[in-house]
Design a protein around this ligand. Structure first.
Ligand code: SF4
Length: 243
């Protein structure tokens, strides 16, 4: 009987031998009526979220992501045991696991469970994009697992905590020209460049027409800056360090 793996491979990640763990993106309602928010620090990104469009909304894909979330919410220790057991399988040796191609580290307890899983499975390397900057600075940065790499991702309510000179971080740009002008390097060739390439990671925006229209000419980070500045009001604006 085929095994019911927790970690999957979409076509893009399969090309690079990367396995993937996904939650439903941002906010929604589970089939049993519970509401959730898997991206507590999502900001401007939420209304242009690639993971709330296209194939991610296919019934079977969303159902699989919801099933993952329910496991985490209903029985975190049981999920952690199952994930740790699965990662002992030889198919994960010397491979990469991307944590979340949608969703984020939704609570400190869930992040801590992942950190224990990583430490228990040193033959596998894990990586993640995250907007949970405060959580990572408090719980990951002081003593990260040796097999974990991460990149902060702009477009969230905690962008102001990212040190753009020293923190590895990613931004989503409407085109290559604006990415280059801002000094970011595209990770288009390989998802792993997000954690192995230059530390200012440029992501070309998804080719989904209505999302491109909403994004306009700004990057996710710039949209978040504009939003933060609107909230702060005149005289209390963040300065952008972009040309
Ligand atoms: S954090 Fe990522 S998955 Fe969540 S709403 Fe923003 S873009 Fe979507």
């Amino acid at each position: 009987m085929p095994r019911d793996w927790l970690l999957r491979q979409n076509s893009e990640l399969r090309r690079e031998g990367i396995f993937n763990w996904s939650l439903p993106a941002w906010a929604g309602r589970l089939p049993d009526g519970r509401t959730y928010n898997t991206c507590p620090s999502a900001g401007a990104c939420a209304k242009i979220c690639y993971a709330r469009s296209g194939t991610y909304r296919f019934r079977n894909v969303l159902a699989a992501h919801e099933r993952n979330l329910m496991m985490v919410l209903d029985d975190l220790p049981g999920w952690e045991r199952r994930m740790t057991g699965e990662l002992a399988h030889r198919r994960y040796a010397d491979r990469h696991v991307r944590i979340h191609d949608s969703g984020d580290f939704l609570s400190p307890e869930y992040l801590d469970a992942w950190l224990r899983i990583m430490r228990a499975t040193p033959a596998t390397t894990f990586y993640a994009y995250t907007k949970e900057i405060a959580l990572f600075k408090a719980r990951v940065e002081p003593d990260p697992p040796a097999n974990f790499k991460w990149v902060y991702s702009l477009g969230g309510t905690q962008d102001h905590l990212v040190d753009k000179d020293s923190d590895r971080h990613a931004d989503v740009f409407p085109d290559d020209e604006s990415m280059e002008a801002a000094g970011y390097t595209s990770q288009n060739e390989s998802d792993l460049l997000a954690v192995y390439g230059p530390p200012k990671v440029g992501i070309p925006s998804n080719n989904i027409r209505h999302l491109r229209r909403i994004q306009g000419a700004a990057s996710f980070g710039e949209l978040q800056e504009q939003r933060d500045n609107r909230r702060r009001g005149p005289g209390k604006q963040y300065r952008t360090d972009r040309p």
